[in-house]
Design a binder for this molecule. Structure first.
Ligand SMILES: Nc1ncnc2c1ncn2[C@@H]1O[C@H](COP(=O)(O)OP(=O)(O)OP(=O)(O)O)[C@@H](O)[C@H]1O
Length: 375
């Protein structure tokens, strides 16, 4: 019988299941599962201390899980009976503080750890340096290179043994911003061309969105949401997930007959019992501003609901946009709107705000285990 398509599909390059790690009785990684295909980048994203680096160290083999399995191309590298040592896992590492060896020149650094005949090693070093655009620096020493050049050499060194999997822990955080963007893009292009599966740890949402095919958003040792950057940004699982990527505005209300009444009009909140407290969350760029017409604002619309009036308390020019803060007439709360920078109202100006209904997220308020309710 021919194998079914599912049975014949290649296993993921890296597959992590239910990884657990405890330190002194405290669970710092609480059941993390990931699957990364060849040529794909998965970012572990989350605040400091959420367990990203510990997860990466367990995959690398420099820390031992208390439970779980790790497979590379379908073969276990860690489970109840197997523990493959780090150097035999076919995994490359690139960490922020993973310095080059100062006493070796660039070629020597890239060759370090390579085995086999000299001529083969030289060929690999040459090819890797060419890939990262560093061929002409082969005889230079690390102290003669800029931060970006050192990072390129570190990438060449990590790639030289042709790892199936590359683990990167905040590898770009030592670089200044402009250079960082270039190096990120170059690194990504090289890794994709090699077909390496990448797990990248970062606490910067912008870096994760720029680099990742998939983001695993972590909190308290667990993955709270996993998916393509577009989906995570546009359909967050809860208020904290939304707020991790940008400032958010939060309006509270209470459900009555599947609706929640707010100063911005009614929101549909089906499936929630009467009396449920909900939070309506919207990013600053999805608030719309209109002028005050002798105390009146624009008419309500289906797409934008009822306008609410506020007074500008602060307006900051940010280059491509302006960030405007309002004190709202209805309850004195402060809301933030991000608008094109041609608009920079003076403090004290009364203006009307509308919420783009299609960009609002509604979550019931309940001790951290929120589920999305409705739009
Ligand atoms: N060897 C260890 N012994 C005890 N506790 C540890 C050890 N390593 C990590 N931890 C704790 O585990 C938690 C998770 O640490 P981890 O370094 O994985 O977080 P992180 O998300 O990578 O944070 P950061 O972005 O700050 O590096 C932290 O509270 C940390 O103090």
């Amino acid at each position: 019988m021919p194998p079914s398509p599912a049975a014949s599909a290649a296993p993921p390059r890296l597959e992590v299941r239910d990884l657990v790690r405890r330190f002194g009785g405290r669970e710092v990684v609480g059941g993390v599962s990931l699957s990364v295909e060849a040529g794909q980048v998965t970012c572990l994203l989350g605040p400091s201390g959420c367990g990203k680096s510990t997860t990466l160290r367990m995959i690398a083999g420099v820390d031992t899980p208390d439970a779980g399995t790790i497979r590379a191309d379908g073969a276990p590298v860690f489970d109840e009976t197997v523990q493959v040592p780090p150097e035999s896992r076919g995994i490359g590492l690139m960490f922020q503080d993973f310095a080059l060896f100062p006493h070796l020149d660039v070629a020597g650094n890239v060759a370090f750890g390579l085995k086999g005949p000299r001529a083969d090693r030289d060929r690999i070093v040459e090819a890797q340096l060419a890939k990262v655009g560093m061929s002409r620096f082969a005889r230079k020493y690390p102290h003669e290179l800029s931060g970006g050049e050192q990072q390129r050499v570190a990438l060449a060194r990590a790639l030289a043994p042709r790892p199936r999997i590359m683990l990167m822990d905040e590898p770009f955080s030592g670089l200044d911003e402009r250079l960082r963007d270039d190096i990120r893009d170059e690194t990504l292009a090289v890794l994709q061309a090699e077909g390496t599966a990448v797990v990248l740890v970062t606490h910067e949402p912008a870096e994760a969105m720029r680099m990742a095919d998939e983001i695993a958003l972590m909190r308290g040792g667990r993955i709270v949401q996993q998916g393509a950057p577009y989906n995570i940004y546009n359909a967050p699982v809860d208020r904290e997930a939304a707020a991790f990527f940008s400032d958010v505005n939060v309006i509270r209300g209470q459900v009555r007959g599947a609706l929640t009444e707010t100063a911005f009009g009614q929101f549909l909140t089906p499936g929630l019992p009467d009396g449920t407290e909900v939070e309506i969350v919207i990013r600053p760029q999805h608030l719309k501003i209109d002028f005050d017409r002798a105390g009146r604002g624009p008419l309500p619309t289906a797409a934008e609901g009822t306008p609410a009036r506020g007074v500008v308390t602060r307006a900051r020019f940010m280059g491509s946009e302006s960030l405007v803060e309002f004190r709202m007439d209805f309850d004195g709360s402060v809301l933030k709107a991000q608008v094109p920078s041609v608009f920079l109202p003076r403090p004290g100006t009364p203006l009307w705000l509308m919420m783009r209904r299609d960009r609002c997220f509604v979550f019931p308020v309940r001790g951290g285990a929120d589920q999305p309710a409705a739009r």
